[in-house]
Design a protein around this ligand. Sequence first.
Ligand code: FDA
Length: 308
Amino acid sequence: MLRTGLLAASRSPQLRSLVEHTPLAQPLVTRFVAGTGVNEVLPTVADLRADGLTVTLDHLGEDTLDLAAVEATVSAYEDLLAALAAADLADGAEVSVKLSAVGQFLGDDGERIALDGARRVCQAASAAGTTVTLDMEDHTTTDSTLGILAELRRDFPWVGVALQAYLRRTEADCAALATAGSRVRLCKGAYAEPESVAFQSKDEVDRSYVRCLRVLMAGAGYPMIASHDPRLIAIADSLAAKNGRSAGDHEFQMLHGVRPDEQRRLAASGATMRVYVPYGHDWYGYFMRRLAERPANVGFFLRSLATR
Ligand code: FDA
């Protein structure tokens, strides 16, 4: 119930304006978001790299509905990638892109605009010597995102994509993408989805995650295990061993601010561990999905409101 309400709130313009314009959300926002601009996020990247962690950076924003905002997002990624290269941080720091932030919803031309924008980000990543992973948004975008992925991979075969274990289709998508050179980030899924397309209970989602993981680990691609769930991480470890995979041919991923000790433990154990680091002004949707994932976060947020 709470999760559904928070996910609905994540798409409400009225609540967005209310939460964004109160400084009260800031203490919890800063747990998940590493600042607003490149100058703030680079030291975070340097610290994580010094601790043996790799990074994927997300310039916050989604559901963009005008061309000026698309241009601003693409330019922000270009500037970020140039800054990473200039600071000698691009080795081990890639970027994550939401196609809705680069125009996917801009009417009939949306897919072409998103493809053009994502292509420019890939060119900038290529010049910096790093990679790009496409985030996955709600199920209405899955086919479009996979279509754009296929186009991008013609020129940039290293482009990765997130797949969501809660979708009934994802085991088949994993099989289609478990091929040489393919990079798949497997996550549980963070949006409110109908039963017709998505498993609803935690048990069903976890079972689907394990089925997808089996397919990816046995395949020829590069699996990226994006979860904080200790049970799934242990299963991923044993599937990696069973399939003869070493630290260089799969990786673990977690969100900035979530289980940081476990991130460092995995890196210290020799695993490749990547931290998803969001930054920027447009934090509302991302922040609300993080609240929805963990009721304790809501309690923390409400307590911080009550004590002011
Ligand atoms: P689960 O939610 O069961 O959490 C397991 C444990 O982790 C919890 O018990 C808690 O201890 C801790 N935890 C998890 N979330 C927490 C939080 N917000 N705050 C505090 N503790 C928390 N989704 C999507 O739809 N599209 C995408 O592109 C991506 N991309 C992505 C990248 C990366 C690197 C990660 C790690 C995750 C995503 N996600 C995503 C989000 C993902 O779908 C999912 O919602 C979250 O990762 C939470 O699921 P877990 O697998 O961690 O399990």
